[in-house]
Ligand binder design. Structure first.
Ligand SMILES: [Zn+2]
Length: 156
């Protein structure tokens, strides 16, 4: 499938269907190729790129759902141009980051929640309703940030 232009919460994005290669005509910021390749096949994730300001570079952003929603059906609706805001009601947005657990020192590549102007109106509701990863999977130390997904462990 081809990437599709879409409007989410009034913001224009380019949406990539599951497994699709994220290619753009210009450099994309916050795009970690190895992490992106892993997230491309994640059943709770869909990737978009968008321009925060008219003159800004494109940035990569990850739509994340707590449960493996029917994202292949969403892909089909996106392709058909029949999505509504309801399709994105349960999504939060994240970007990739490396995080070191302060309890055990293990390093992880994670997806953590970041703001998206299209979701700014009800961001607190979205974050509250979402399932976050609240503890280090290696040692159980509590994490304070909104960690959406552990993409991979980087050492140990
Ligand atoms: Zn730990």
């Amino acid at each position: 499938m081809e990437a599709h232009d879409l409007t989410i919460g009034g913001v224009s994005v380019r949406y990539f269907t599951g497994g699709e290669v994220l290619n753009a005509e210009e450099p994309v910021r916050y795009l970690a190729p190895h992490e992106d390749a892993l997230l491309a096949g994640n059943a709770r994730v869909r990737r978009v790129v968008f321009r925060p300001l008219p003159s800004s570079p494109l940035v990569a952003l990850y739509l994340h759902w707590s449960e493996a929603a029917s994202l292949t059906e969403l892909d089909a609706r996106v392709a058909a141009g029949t999505t509504t805001e309801e399709d994105f009601h349960d999504a939060v947005t994240g970007q990739t980051l490396t995080r070191r657990c302060r309890g055990c020192g293990a390093r992880f590549s994670i997806l953590y929640a970041v703001e998206f102007p299209g979701f700014s109106r009800d961001r607190p509701r979205r974050l509250q309703e979402h399932d976050h990863i609240t503890h280090c999977p290696a040692c159980g130390t509590g994490w304070t940030a909104y960690v959406l997904e552990i993409i991979r462990r980087l050492d140990g």
